[in-house]
Structures are given as structure tokens and as C-alpha cells.
Write a protein that binds this ligand. Sequence first.
Ligand code: GLN
Length: 390
Amino acid sequence: MRSARRVTAFADSVFGEMTRLAKLHKAVNLSQGFPDFEAPAAIKAAAAAAISRDQNQYAPPYGTPGLCEAIARDFTGRHGVPVVADEQVTVCCGSTEAMMAVMLACVDPGDEVIVFEPFYENYGPDAILAGATPRFVRLRAPDWAFDPDELTAAFSNRTRAIVINSPNNPTGKVFTRAELEIIAGLCQRWDAIAISDEIYEHIVFDGGTHVPIASLPGMAERTVTTSGLSKTFSVTGWRIGWAIAPAALTGGIRKIHDFLTVAAPTPFQEAGAVALAMPDQVFTTLAADYQSKRDLLLGILERQGFTCYKPAGAYYLMADVSRFGFDNDADFAQYLIRDIGVATIPGSSFYIDPSAAPQTVRFCFSKRDETLHEAGRRLARLPVSATDRA
Ligand code: GLN
């Protein structure tokens, strides 16, 4: 027996595998992006209360009215973009499902989808499963800027969509308004849609701001924005995400979502409505706490001789590891897990051709300070240079 051909068109996900290896080798797990600290008590209580009230059956397929309204109100309130919950919001099982549903609903076989590289690993496979061809445009260190000429050359009348992820996983880049204006201009010129993954929208540092591309002139009608509860409220296991789309695209997204999963978990949607109504203070504290974790990890890594690219948002830090003298970053990541006891994600897994990628690893700093300190103690065992390695 053999699997369908489509499953051979892309590799296995690296994240769960690195967490498995971290457990196996008892390594400090700075690989897969999830917090090792508690979720806010108020939202845990809201989920538990919904279960006790017996809100345990299917939710309406497109989301509970309370959560859909909260999502629309929150987006309009923060960004001034009108959103009609009934016509534009689809709640999915995580923003991962939302991205897949959006791709299947909006992209045709033969279309091209532009993806910035390094990329969060789902975008390529999502495009491929929709029958489309991903086209990669590089973000280059140290500031992870794109070359506007390269981006312009990637667009054509085959381009159906571009995926944007800001704040960005894995680089920590926060796209500037000027950069988004270039992207918006190209989308308008080529009649393409922007699919904007904004799951780290509240995690921005150093007084920076997150600009959703849907808020740029003329873009609301050609942008699908995805986000979710996972990163903002430290509940990656709840699987509550959503898509906000123009009404003309929402029907298709809902249809796909209904056949994929019917509906997202009811009690967690109830808790989501409570979460989104939390006071602004919660979101500013979140960003400040993550900024101090970033600075803590940055200090640790720089002391150990890593060349770090300081993230402006999200909760990952990319570090160049070429000076450690390994053949490639995957080998270095294996050495870090087995011999040093720290799990990371090899940066080359965020590139279509790992052999053409810079040698980096991604550290996740969504961890308790003591976890980061423990990683620091272990990393202190790293040899100062390649020649010192036994
Ligand atoms: N978003 C998280 C990361 O980038 C987890 C992804 C996953 O487990 N698929 O590490």
C-alpha cells in the first residue's frame, strides 16, 4: 500500500519531533513554540465554568456568537477596520486550521502563492495541498528585510496570494508600514490577496507597533487575517483560531472549515470571549514580560558566543551558529540536544532548500525565567570555539 502522492510533496513537521527529542534526552525545550508557564486564571475558570454549565456540544460551525462578536469588536476597536461578525469571521481549530481552510477556499490549482523565507513551516504545504505552487522571497539578516525588486519580480498574473506573518516566526521581524505598503501595492496591481498570519499580534517590543495589512487603504477587501488565542493567552492546546475575511471569501472559508472539523471546541470558545474582553493592561504586560524574557535569553546567548538577531516581536530568537564549526545547523541542533541538553529548531528547516540556508538555530523564549537560566547553565558548557570541542 502507498499513501497518496500529495503527502510526498512536503516534509514532516519539525516542531513536534524536536519536543519528542527534548523529552528523550531530558533537554531544556526551547524548540517548539509554547509557554511552560500558566495561562491566566480568569480564562481557565471561564473554560471550566462552560464545561460545568454543559456547553459541551457542537458550537455553531462558524463560531459561538459571543466569540465571533468579540473577535470583530476587538479588531475594529484596535485597528479601525469595520468587521461584521456574521459575515466575516470564521472560528477554526487553531490558526493552523484557519490558514489551511483559507488556502483551500481562496487558491486554485495552478496558482502561485508568495511566501517569505525563512517561513513558518505550514505555508508551503498549505499552498501545495491547495494545488498551488509556493514562490519564495528571502528575508535577509540582520534586519530580515526583503528586496523590493525581488518581491516585485515574484508577482505575476499567476499570483493569487501572498502570505505575511508579522510579528514573524521564526525571525522576530515586525513588518513596517512602508514594507506593508509595498506589498499592498503589488497585491492591488496583480489582483492578489494578502493572507496575514497575525498570531503574535500582541507580542511587539521596544515601543514598536503591529500594523495589520488589512488596515492599509484598499486592503480590507483583499486581506484575510488569521489569529487566535494560543500565543496571546498561553493556551496553545486549546486550538482556538480564526479568520477574518471579506464577506465574498468567507462563504468558501466556512464551507471548507465545516467539512474539515465542523466546529472548534465550545467551552474554549466561551473562554475566548472572556479573554478578548480583558483590559488593555493584560496585553501591555504580556509584551513587557516577553521583552524581558527576550533580553534575558539574548544576554545568555551573547555570553556564549552566539551571533543573535534581536527580535522586534513574537517569541523566538534566531542565532547564527556557523562559528561552532559544524557541517550544518541540523547537526549543531542534534549536538545541542544530546550533549549540551538544550533543544532548538534548526534554522534551515524554515528554508525550502536547507543547503542554501544560513546556519542558524531558533530559540523559543516563551518560557519561565528559571527555564531560560537553566538553558544558560547548560549552554555555558559549550566550547568557546570549534577546535575546543572534544
Ligand atoms: N508555532 C509553534 C512554533 O513555531 C508551534 C508549531 C507546531 O507545533 N506546529 O514552534
